[in-house]
Ligand binder design. Structure first.
Ligand code: NDP
Ligand code: 8X3
Length: 252
């Protein structure tokens, strides 16, 4: 029987690439996000993959009532989730703290930290019932070190790092694997969102630099999910060859 994987933030970037990669490798996929038209498009693509089984959940991870209702209302044949990929997340703004916008901070904290917690609460309860499952949290190099202007975004990803470690302890006796995948710069909609739709500024981030793409992270997720039962990959940091850490990268 195929494993069921729920991926948050599947409309774009890392989440979309992961949904396609896992569907290619015989996972049944629950895709989630706010942009329903993109979920519908992805559903069509997944239907062409070997698994072909796909289910859409449409909600904002910041809204705990929506999250809880969506998981509670899953049809019986989709409820038995084996894999949760907590991927939905964002950076908004890139300013010194005293120039920062409170609403940007709240969007990041509510999505990257609280949204991840709401999802995990509901889905891990299903996994605990059956003493089986795998939770993958998408952290960041920003959760391992802090860079100028990164303040609150780095704070949320450091929180993901700590919460992942806590989860692994709590899930231990339930045989649930917990993995953090921490990418460096990946070319997705990330910078467009960070710079609030300023395409020119977003493109500059990757100019002359050879970044990761969503599929590189999807590959790592598939690797982590296909280890033997007794092996749990706890923590992975993945950067482009042209990047050493948050502070050092080379451009051509
Ligand atoms: P994208 O902007 O391309 O994708 C982000 C995804 O998250 C979208 O599918 C978006 O869906 C979803 N999302 C955002 N906010 C919400 C919300 N409130 N409710 C539900 N879904 C939401 O960025 P990436 O693919 O790059 O980012 C994915 C994850 O990877 C994030 O956690 C990010 O922090 C992390 N990351 C990214 C790196 C990078 O350089 N790109 C590096 C390290 C980590 P929709 O808008 O449809 O709701
Ligand atoms: C995304 C990578 O370097 O923009 O988490 O923080 S970075």
């Amino acid at each position: 029987m195929n494993r069921i994987a729920l991926i948050t933030g599947a409309t774009s970037g890392i989440g979309r690439a992961t949904a396609l990669k896992l569907a290619q490798n015989n996972f049944d996929i629950i895709i989630t996000g706010r942009r329903i038209e993109l979920l519908d498009e992805l559903k069509k693509e997944i239907k062409e993959k070997p698994s072909g089984r796909v289910h859409i959940l449409h909600f904002d991870v910041r809204d705990k009532e929506q999250v809880f209702k969506a998981i509670d209302a899953l049809p019986k044949d989709w409820k038995d989730i084996d894999v949760l990929v907590n991927n939905a997340g964002l950076a908004v703004g890139l300013e010194h703290l005293h120039d920062g916008t409170v609403d940007d901070w709240e969007r990041m904290i509510d999505t990257n930290v609280k949204g991840l917690l709401y999802m995990t609460k509901k889905v891990s309860a299903i996994m605990v019932e059956k003493n089986h499952g795998h939770i993958i949290n998408i952290g960041s190099t920003a959760g391992k070190e802090v860079y100028e202007f990164g303040n609150v975004y780095c704070g949320t990803k450091h929180a993901v790092d700590a919460i992942t470690k806590g989860m692994r302890i709590d899930m231990l006796k339930h045989k649930i694997k917990v993995t953090a995948i921490n990418p460096g710069m990946v070319e997705t909609e990330f910078s467009l969102v960070r710079f609030k739709g300023d395409k020119e500024r977003a493109e500059k981030v990757y100019k002359g630099f050879n970044p990761l793409i969503g599929e590189d992270i999807a590959d790592a997720i598939l690797y982590v999910l296909t280890r033997p039962e007794h092996v749990c990959i706890n923590d992975m940091i993945i950067t482009a060859t042209a990047q050493a850490n948050s502070l050092y990268k080379v451009t051509e």
